[in-house]
Design a protein around this ligand. Structure first.
Ligand SMILES: [Zn+2]
Ligand SMILES: [Zn+2]
Length: 270
């Protein structure tokens, strides 16, 4: 109940009051499930009503975007690193104002660099919601308040790009641990495209945490209710899409079990 109430508070804070009132679920509509993901985790979730199966509805990602049917997020400390994905769609714009930066350096930046980059007065920035090739959503900062997606990216002169390329290559040659391969490849791509601003790609922090649902089990209604009369279930034939999804889920589960088996065989072999 506490989790249900906290989720409704979050919904009311995020949405206009009228919309929140219309879509916020009522406790008596909520049905509890245990869901197993292809990472092996078992999480409890709720759907609206007992007919809404967890693997047949869409769940949301960290930016409240819809994930694919059958996917859910599961946060693991050892998840693979985020990768760059191309931006395919520019969505909503919002403006944020920030106070002046302190004189003392922050975020581990050295004094000289901080003096160059710090804002000595309050300032505003524009953020755009973007959809990436993987379908996930994130925020991108615009080069300035006036910039619109139709303007396209701004680019540096060929001369400046050549200078920057030389500086970066020298830095990487002299500092092998300065940036990892992922960051270097990204920088090289940006340099080869004339150092565009905003960049046409960004890291997706959702991809590493997206998992497939492989099984689910009923727990029951959130609020206790009188016993329901046994209903004669009328079975509908499954749709092609749901069969395909179930096959994908079964394959993911088989793959997880195969990995587990290999691991335990390795342990046994020691
Ligand atoms: Zn997990
Ligand atoms: Zn993604």
């Amino acid at each position: 109940m506490r989790e249900f109430e906290a989720a409704n508070v979050e919904l009311r804070e995020r949405l206009p009051p009228v919309v929140a009132m219309l879509i916020a679920p009522k406790a008596e509509q909520c049905y509890r499930w245990r869901v197993q993901l292809d990472c092996g985790c078992v999480n409890e979730v709720m759907t609206r009503g007992k007919e809404c199966l967890p693997g047949e509805r869409q769940w949301r990602g960290p930016e409240h975007e819809w994930l694919q049917k059958g996917q859910m997020l599961c946060i693991h400390d050892d998840a693979p690193p985020a990768l760059h994905q191309k931006i395919v769609e520019w969505g909503e714009r919002r403006e944020c104002t920030f106070p002046a930066d302190p004189v003392e350096p922050r975020h581990g930046v050295d004094r000289q660099t901080w003096a160059l980059i710090r804002h000595d007065e309050p300032h505003a920035s524009a953020f755009w919601k973007v959809t990436l090739t993987c379908g996930h959503v994130t925020d991108v900062i615009a080069p300035d308040l006036e910039w619109k997606p139709d303007d396209g990216a701004r680019r540096c002169s060929a001369k400046r790009v050549a200078e920057m390329t030389k500086e970066f290559e020298e830095f990487w040659a002299s500092n092998s641990t300065g940036q990892d391969d992922r960051e270097r490849d990204h920088m090289r791509r940006m340099l080869s495209q004339g150092w565009p601003s905003p960049e046409p790609e960004c890291l997706c922090y959702t991809c590493p945490y997206v998992r497939w649902i492989v099984a689910y089990q009923r727990v029951g209604w959130l609020t206790p209710r009188a016993a329901e009369p046994e209903q004669q279930q009328t079975l509908k034939p499954p749709t092609l899409a749901s069969l395909k999804r179930r096959l994908r889920q079964a394959e993911a589960e088989a793959e997880r079990l195969r990995r587990q088996l290999t691991q335990s065989q390795r342990v046994d072999g020691l």
